[in-house]
Design a protein around this ligand. Structure first.
Ligand code: ZN
Ligand code: ZN
Length: 183
């Protein structure tokens, strides 16, 4: 859905969109389980600078909710992660802050983005909010044993025989030091 400045000049635009799996490019690590919901409102915010200059900002607020599967960082089994996030964002015309350092300082408190041309693609807003809400790394459980680096078996499910046989000499040296320290 494209949010057009021209339409916002007439009235605020409410949205209630569902994005099916694959509709948004969320990268290869995130599997969307069902429909992603995005509801909210877009409206025009006019900034008056002096008599002649008016900057048209787009304020978008609302919420996104979705459910994802992320591969466990250790064993690669899918971990379910539900996202619910509210947002309130201000998009300024690209280039409007050029050469005005002070704005980027005050702007640090509010979430500010930029739009280019005739408006803003809602899909981009939603995509960014989802990516901010999802952890970079997930583990299926705190004590996940992961995969055996030798044979690739999931060590949560079965113990393989290679783990004990091959021990790195560097680890043996460390073990030796530790046992001396513990005495
Ligand atoms: Zn795991
Ligand atoms: Zn193994």
């Amino acid at each position: 859905m494209f949010i057009e400045i021209r339409e916002l000049e007439v009235h605020p635009v409410d949205f209630d969109e569902e994005f099916g799996p694959g509709a948004l490019d969320l990268g290869p690590d995130l599997q969307q389980r069902d429909g992603l919901q995005a509801t909210g409102r877009a409206q025009l915010v006019q900034e008056h600078h002096g008599k002649h200059l008016t900057i048209k900002d787009i304020r978008v607020n609302g919420k996104v909710s979705a459910s994802f599967e992320i591969a466990c960082a250790r064993c690669l089994e899918p971990v379910v992660h539900d996202v619910k996030r509210e947002f309130d964002l201000l998009y300024r015309p690209l280039g409007s802050d050029a050469g005005r350092e002070e704005l980027s300082v005050t702007g640090a408190e509010a979430e500010i983005g930029y739009y280019q041309g005739e408006g803003l693609l809602l899909d981009d807003v939603v995509r960014e909010q989802v990516l901010l809400a999802v952890p970079l790394k997930a583990v299926c459980r705190q004590d996940c044993k992961g995969l055996c680096p030798q044979c690739g078996k999931n060590l949560n499910e079965e113990q393989c025989s290679c783990a004990q046989l091959v021990e790195d000499p560097r680890w043996l040296a460390l073990k030796d030091i530790r046992s001396k320290l513990e005495q």
